[in-house]
Design a protein around this ligand. Structure first.
Ligand code: MSP
Length: 511
């Protein structure tokens, strides 16, 4: 059983400002990091995010901005950091691929694999799409255009370096078959397995000649080449948390057998993570490097769509995380992303769905429970939370359900449950709704009228317990709300504030 947890987001390209897709992976990773910190201990969790700053895309974007690539990445990178502050992202480290610590590890890994023979030099000739930085086999071209971006491709012949992928194909198939949690969800795992079973892997070109692309990490053994951006980028997961020692072994606190290593990614970059990356790691192991393991879980989530369409700058339908968080609040934004779309599937983002969730789950269920409970503590007990005196069957039953909640949430948020945020939140909301139902069935105003003080005490005490327990469980998802609830509950004497989530139509100007 792992007692440490290391979670990563993809490192984001800085050719553009952050959008909802970036914020989705990062909020999901943040919730898991916060959850595991509570479960395993603050110091047992490491949460990494960062930026992917090399390659053609960046070079082109910086040319357009009339800046040097370094000036350009320095500028855009800040936008990501600012957004993460705004969204309460509790990352432990932010890696940039232009940092020295990263460059050193990439160069060393390349040297090791060159020496072991898994990276070799060859001449490559093929059809190349510059915007996508991809060579395409002739059979995949569509009328001589790139099958991905539909722009013209060029015939290129050049000396390059290649990583032997084919050599590890069978080992990788076996590894995936034997490790159920390695690629999640299951349908993605099957997708990768059938791809690997049906296709022969071609070796991967991991270099670019400098005259075509200068913005990359130089190969120490071939000064005329820089590293292919994906080989460079994938290594961030290791360069951020460790380094090679003088014997070329990899040393890290977060990449060992006591750590559960989890990569959260979007479905579009699954092949890179589930094929290239494990093979890079297997090749390092084969070269005798100690301290290298494969990640425990690569989880590919789905896409947020806008009216069933992919969001893109060219379509002009991109939703800005800053805009949404400003309009509806950071907490609501975090809640909505994790609650509305099953993690792993695609779904639509709409303001209507957003407002509906806000009003029902946050204003009605959670907000109402907290507000009415604290109001009753004030009204019936002058703000002092009463002690339990005796307890009836119904109280015991609800208390038992509340006690079971942490374990339920824990089970829902495991890798084998596909980090099921929807289910975890349902586990919590089931208890919130149970408590609300309990208020309606108990009719405390009658208890007060009839002077049934003992019953009223037990009733209020249990509601306060319900808020405390559910409040603690929502902390990974809505940290500020959990903090506010905790403050309002005080210790013994409550400090009631304003309703947590006033219904959205209430905020409209009154006619
Ligand atoms: N730089 C690479 C990742 C290298 S990791 C070693 C990259 N960057 S990216 O900025 O283009 O995309 C980062 C992530 O954002 C991807 O996981 C992608 O799936 C995700 N998303 C981009 N648009 C998205 C949505 N509309 N919805 C959900 N996630 C999407 O790829």
């Amino acid at each position: 059983m792992a007692n440490k947890f290391y979670i990563t987001t993809p490192i984001y390209y800085v050719n553009d400002i952050p959008h909802i897709g970036h914020s989705y992976t990062t909020i999901a990773a943040d919730a898991l990091a916060r959850f595991n910190r509570r479960l395993l201990g603050e110091n047992q969790v490491w949460f990494l995010t960062g930026t992917d700053e090399h390659g053609q895309k960046i070079q082109r974007a910086s040319d357009e901005a009339k800046l040097t690539p370094q000036e350009f990445v320095d500028k855009v990178m800040v936008k990501f950091k600012e957004l993460w502050v705004k969204l309460d992202i509790s990352y432990n480290d932010f890696i940039r691929t232009t940092e020295e610590r990263h460059i050193k590890v990439v160069q060393k890994a390349l040297e090791i694999l060159y020496k072991s023979g898994d990276i070799y030099e060859d001449t490559y000739e093929g059809w190349y799409c510059t915007p996508c930085e991809t060579f395409w086999p002739e059979t995949q071209l569509v009328d001589h255009f790139c099958p991905d971006c539909h722009r013209p491709v060029e015939r290129i012949s050049e000396k390059n370096f290649f990583l032997k992928l084919g050599k590890y194909q069978q080992d990788l198939i076996k590894y995936i078959e034997e490790h159920k949690n390695f690629i999640r969800p299951d349908f993605r795992r099957n997708e990768v397995l059938s791809f690997l079973r049906l296709n022969k892997l071609e070796d991967l070109c991991i270099s670019r000649p400098k005259e075509r692309l200068s913005w990359g990490i130089p190969l120490t053994f071939s000064p005329g080449h820089v590293t292919y951006v994906w080989f460079d980028a994938l290594i961030n997961y290791m360069s951020a948390v460790g380094s090679f020692d003088e014997k070329n072994n990899y040393i890290s606190k977060w990449w060992d057998n006591e750590t559960e290593v989890v990569h959260l990614i979007g479905k579009d970059i699954l092949r890179h993570h589930a094929v290239y990356w494990p093979i890079m790691l297997m090749a390092l192991q084969q070269a005798g490097v100690k301290g290298v393991k494969l990640p425990d879980t690569i989880f590919a989530h789905g896409w947020w769509l806008n009216k069933d369409e992919k969001m893109s700058k060219s379509r002009g339908n991109v939703i800005s995380p800053l805009f949404m968080a400003d309009k509806f609040g950071v907490e609501t934004y975090r809640y909505f992303l994790l609650r509305d779309l099953p993690f792993g599937l695609d779904g639509n983002f709409s303001e209507e769905a957003f407002i509906k969730r806000f009003n029902s789950d946050l204003a009605n269920d959670l907000g109402n429970l907290v507000y009415r409970t604290l109001t009753m503590v004030e009204k019936y007990f002058q703000g002092v939370v009463p002690e339990f005196s005796s307890s009836g069957e119904r109280v015991k039953e609800i208390a038992a359900k509340l006690a079971a909640l942490p374990k339920e949430v824990e089970n829902s948020l495991k890798a084998e449950s596909d980090f099921n945020f929807v289910r975890a939140l349902e586990n919590i909301w089931e208890k919130i709704n149970l408590a609300n139902k309990y208020v309606e069935e108990t009719k405390p105003w009658n208890l007060a009228k009839e002077n049934k003080t003992e019953e009223l005490k037990n009733f209020i005490r249990l509601l306060v317990e319900a808020i405390r327990k559910t409040g603690a469980e929502i902390a990974p998802f809505m940290p500020r709300t959990a903090g506010t609830i905790n403050e309002e509950l005080g210790s013994g004497t409550i400090k009631k504030g304003k309703p947590l989530f006033p219904r959205i139509e209430d905020q409209k100007p009154k006619k």
